[in-house]
Ligand binder design. Sequence first.
Ligand code: ADP
Ligand code: ADP
Length: 232
Amino acid sequence: VAAAELEDVSKTYPGGGGTPALRGVSARFAAGSFSAVMGPSGSGKSTLLNCAAGLERPSAGRVRLAGEDIGALREPALTRARRRRAGFVFQSFNLVPALSVWQNVLLPQRLAGMRPDRAWAGEVLERVGLAGHRHARPDQLSGGQQQRVAVARALAGRPEVVFADEPTGALDLSAGHEVLTLLREAVDQLGQTVVMVTHDPAAAAWADRVLFLADGVVHSHLERASAAEVAA
Ligand code: ADP
Ligand code: ADP
């Protein structure tokens, strides 16, 4: 089963000078898998992630999220599908500064019109080691802690897919390691699907599969034994 799927997706941005950011990309992200998307700057990594997640509309091709053809959805149905089916972790954390950790973690479910699952949100905060900081504001936390809140927020709504765009890009090595551990555990222990953009080979090594982009095209991919098997 594909948790997310691109079929022959092209994307040209308005004002992009006519140069496509993606050119006929097809990719399947199997449920319960951890995929990394790599490639040079400007190769289309973020565009691929944003199209797969319903944050950008492709110029051509099909996008399915949990089997649903989201390309066919108009607003506000697209936003609703994205909120229910996708969780996000960005390089810059993107927490709401005025809200507490706890409110940040519950926010996506509220925006999706779901009744927040507080018990599960409490568990994921526990899991990321920040249950004791639930009343803190983001600016009272380190970058690594803020990104762990973002991971908790992404998992709290039990989305089909967690999309992470350079989640370790703003972190030092040990904070980055903690975030990658959490994403890996989300796949191995919670059965989540993770799609992660990174330019860091050490981060990509945590994934089961690496897709390499160049100039808007998937030029190769690498399947590998899971990190757990490699470590064993
Ligand atoms: P990567 O994530 O690999 O660095 P991106 O997907 O961000 O690549 O960008 C791919 C190409 O699309 C680049 O040439 C970039 O300049 C262009 N691009 C990205 N976002 C936009 C946008 N919002 N408007 C116009 N061009 C964009
Ligand atoms: P809201 O006012 O947004 O409805 P809640 O009722 O979700 O807020 O939570 C009120 C307070 O209770 C929060 O500050 C939070 O610290 C605490 N809380 C409630 N349930 C949990 C839980 N499962 N884990 C951690 N904190 C919780």
